[in-house]
Design a protein around this ligand. Structure first.
Ligand SMILES: Cc1cc2nc3c(=O)[nH]c(=O)nc-3n(C[C@H](O)[C@H](O)[C@H](O)COP(=O)(O)OP(=O)(O)OC[C@H]3O[C@@H](n4cnc5c(N)ncnc54)[C@H](O)[C@@H]3O)c2cc1C
Length: 427
């Protein structure tokens, strides 16, 4: 059997290692960070172990459930009735069910009915071929009208994608609408899931499985180059030298690939380089009181430059209130290089605008997580941009979260793709 080098110990890399070991291969995982988990990693928030970036599970996340079952931790899944809010015109409104839409101010009845019908049909749709070449904006405007787009969607897209807002694919937003829209107990009641102990429970179980099967995880060990000879993978170069391998599965963000594999044909490198990403600066607040009763609040307010906040403790009960305030933006945005204190101050101003009763004394702790590649920008026609996972270099497979388009980045899709890549490794 082959010796497989896996680049990245996020959900995709760890799951690929787990499956490759099960298939009988030898596995070495290389991870640049000092902890495993990638975007799903935890940190110690003054005694509370919690994700750097919020993670919820939906009922459609079947590959996650299959993996939890296989790892013997299926009983760790928890489901909670949750709700959404929408902060607009200085007020918090209920959001996310038909009655909330009917009561929402500033949108006419006819527009609401058109929009409700569009959303309902989106949750029933299975074929996305006609959405692939249309932008999200054009799709929403065509089916629900420009007033609906302007009032309910425009600012959310602009504060996440900035200059790319009008390019985002309709197929991509459709999968998000469908994934969350079908995670319900009933038409009126959303139900979301979390893993007991957080995403770290899954990360730990994968690490334990890899180690018990004789796999090796090298933390703090960045892969510098995939070494090839005569079009065949021969090794992984790290700062400590070249480790001989027969196959490589790279799960690193694709913008890093061209430099990682210098022997790839130039046309392939250009294809990886053309996949754009936005970054995120995600502030995590620990508070003594709740901001709103909702798990997720969309925000459209001229004073707030985030598209929403996630009150995670309204999903996963923990001792205090935990709120994530994500500032998505292209790395080139001047705000991205601000220091952590500036983002914390802006986050606190945001939660106080939503709930003015939150005072200085209610702030128990703050942390800031940053990612340069947090979200691929999947424009209309994106499907044609994704290179095949199998590269022209024999033994080398490459994928990241953009490869399961039109699905949005998510643990479930990452572990699904990981299995598919592990199965393709030749012995
Ligand atoms: C703010 C935010 C919120 C999210 N919310 C949810 C959610 O609610 N539900 C959900 O399911 N998903 C959510 N996700 C997405 C989910 O976290 C990801 O889809 C998933 O964790 C991706 O796993 P991955 O292994 O594919 O990628 P990553 O986790 O990005 O793993 C790639 C790994 O490669 C490593 N690496 C990079 N360069 C090198 C190198 N040179 N050598 C070795 N290693 C390297 C990185 O350190 C990283 O560990 C969220 C993500 C973010 C950022």
């Amino acid at each position: 059997m082959a010796t497989v080098g896996i680049l990245g110990a996020g959900a995709m890399g760890l799951a690929a290692a787990h499956h490759a070991l099960k298939a009988g291969h030898r596995v070495i995982v290389f991870e640049a960070d000092r902890v495993p988990g990638g975007m799903a990693a935890h940190f110690d928030f003054d005694g509370l172990s919690i994700e750097r970036f919020y993670h919820f599970v939906c009922k459609a996340d079947r590959p996650t459930f299959a993996l939890l079952e296989e790892l013997g931790i299926a009983s760790a899944m928890r489901w909670r009735p949750t709700s959404m809010g929408y902060f607009m015109d200085g007020r918090l409104h209920r959001w996310g069910d038909p009655l909330a839409l009917l009561r929402f101010p500033g949108v006419g009845l006819f527009d609401k009915l058109r929009y409700g019908w569009q959303m309902f049909r989106a949750t029933r749709r299975t074929d996305w071929s006609d959405l692939e070449t249309v932008t999200a904006r054009d799709w929403i405007e065509a089916e629900a009208g420009t007033r609906v787009y302007d009032r309910l969607w425009r600012r959310l897209f602009e504060l996440k994608f900035f200059e790319f807002a009008d390019e985002v694919s309709a197929a991509w937003i459709w999968t998000r609408i469908k994934r969350v829209g079908t995670s319900r107990r009933s038409l009126m009641q959303e139900e979301l899931g979390y893993i007991e102990g957080g995403s770290e429970t899954l990360v730990r179980a994968l690490v334990a499985s890899i180690e018990s099967q004789g796999g090796e995880i090298r933390l703090g060990t960045a892969a510098r180059e995939v070494v090839c000879a005569d079009g065949v993978v021969t090794g992984v170069r790290t700062d400590a030298g070249v480790v001989p391998v027969d196959a490589v599965i790279s799960t690193m963000p694709t913008p890093l690939v061209a430099e990682l594999v210098p022997t790839l044909p130039e046309a392939w490198k250009a294809q990886y380089d053309s996949i754009r990403n936005i970054g995120v600066v995600c502030v995590v607040l620990k508070l003594a009181r709740s901001v709103t009763p909702h798990f997720w609040v969309n925000i459209n307010d001229p004073e707030i430059e985030v598209p929403g906040i996630i009150e995670f403790s309204n999903l996963r009960p923990v001792a205090d209130t935990v709120v994530y305030v994500p500032f998505y933006m292209p790395q080139t945005h001047p705000k991205f290089s601000r220091d952590d204190a500036a983002f914390v101050a802006e986050s606190l101003a945001c939660v106080r605008r939503l709930n003015p009763s939150i005072g200085e004394a209610d702030v128990l702790g703050t942390r800031v997580g940053r990612l340069r590649y947090a979200q691929p920008v999947c424009e209309s026609g994106f499907l044609a941009k994704i290179p095949p996972i199998r590269t022209p270099i024999s033994g080398l497979q490459i994928a990241d979260t953009s490869f399961y388009y039109p699905e949005d980045r998510g643990i479930s899709e990452s572990v699904r793709l990981a299995r598919a890549m592990a199965v393709r490794v030749e012995g």
